[in-house]
Design a protein around this ligand. Sequence first.
Ligand SMILES: Nc1ncnc2c1ncn2[C@@H]1O[C@H](COP(=O)(O)OP(=O)(O)O)[C@@H](O)[C@H]1O
Ligand SMILES: C[C@@](O)(CCOP(=O)(O)OP(=O)(O)O)CC(=O)O
Length: 464
Amino acid sequence: MTIAKRCFSAPGKALLAGGYLVLDAENSSFVTALSARIYAITSSQFVDSTLPTITVLSPQFQEGEWSYTFCRSPATGFVSVPTLTPNRRNPFVQSAIATVINYLSATGTLHTAMPSLTITILSDNAYHSQPSDAVPPFNKHLLPIAAVPKTGLGSSAALTTSLVAALLSFYGSMDPVASEYKTILHNLAQLAHCNAQGKVGSGFDVACAVFGSIVYRRFQPSIISSLPSAPTSSDGEMEASYLLSLKNVIDADWNVSTGACAVPRRLRLLMGDVTGGSETPAMVQMVLRWRKDGGDSAAAVWTALGKANEKLIAAMIGLGEQAAEKPEEYDSFVDEILKVSAMGIRQLGLSNGGRTGELFSLVVDAIVEIRDNLRIMTIRSGAQIEPVEQTRLLDACSALPGVLGGVVPGAGGYDAVCLLVAEAAVDAIAQHTEGVFEKVKWLELREEANGVREEDVLEIEKFL
Ligand SMILES: Nc1ncnc2c1ncn2[C@@H]1O[C@H](COP(=O)(O)OP(=O)(O)O)[C@@H](O)[C@H]1O
Ligand SMILES: C[C@@](O)(CCOP(=O)(O)OP(=O)(O)O)CC(=O)O
């Protein structure tokens, strides 16, 4: 019997506000989902086998094939997932499979007769550096995945989320993208992602892959760190206790905030790739050391940055409401901002009166305050969050008509810049290619607020 193919996809991310502060559960961050997605397509022939296999194919990369089998303890239900391709490692794939299968076993929803499954992964070109602009969709690389330079959109989070969704739908017979199952999907993807990374991060990238553009507040790290590691030798007591803890952790209320917050219509996120690259973990270490040792002055900057982040979030939510509720006022203001720079937009907003104008000037102010505080953190912590080269570029961008402002997304550094602009100003912005603009390449990416979703398999497979 052939089982119908299904395809699930999850988006990449840009953390516009909340870098570093989002590591504390009390702070809100604003993370936008991007149009770049990773797709997981399931296909299977039902063969009732005692030794089922899961094969994950990633045909865009050399050696992109990882196979696993299942060994299920009849006594406890614990499932180990030994690899059948021992010379290749993909910790995210292995962790997603082991986490989902054991959760389904722990909840009694894993069928005893398991069919083998093949999952094909496709990732949009924006996730990896491409040799030229004219490559076909889902371009193939001549190297293994780990050797292809990444662009920093959160490929592992999107991969893990789409895989977890595909596995839940296939082996758990649930609709993982239905709102009632999204929290389970989120918790499983966070756990699998943390285990594969070997650390508990803030989880903003996985939350965005699941829920899309959101205001994110994290879970307590102890939710994940308190879970014992999966047993590696067959010890019935440890297996039973692991499964019970796994079920309890996934079904618990993690108390994450994931309220929707998108870029309002007629505005656009413009992402610029800046040749360079930064090491997030090293920067996080420097910032957290400064925060810990920096006493009241560090705390004051941390608090001021948190307030500026909140201000941006509130203004973005407010603008979204204005765009829907006062469309005429909103549209006529957007027409005006096409002619002026960030500071001009601020002035216009204050003098023009009206709630829309006020909100636009708040957005400009908030971005200025965020950048001011990030620059202080840069100097005091020594981590190159907004280095001078990026300051010059962001200042030059903010002086162009139709630009509300720009930030270094996420941990900052030499990776990228992210501008908030009027949609109609994009072409004119891209005309600037000299001086500080020489180093920036504006990406085809845009914000797309959706998180994980099911796709039409035929639409995706036509590119294969
Ligand atoms: N298209 C893909 N196919 C298979 N594995 C992938 C794919 N994209 C990402 N991965 C997995 O995620 C890893 C990259 O994760 P990581 O270094 O954390 O980068 P990122 O910051 O983009 O998440 C890859 O080495 C691979 O294990
Ligand atoms: C510092 C952080 O708060 C944000 C880092 O954001 P990036 O978008 O820079 O992340 P990577 O893709 O992992 O490099 C760390 C965190 O929240 O985990």
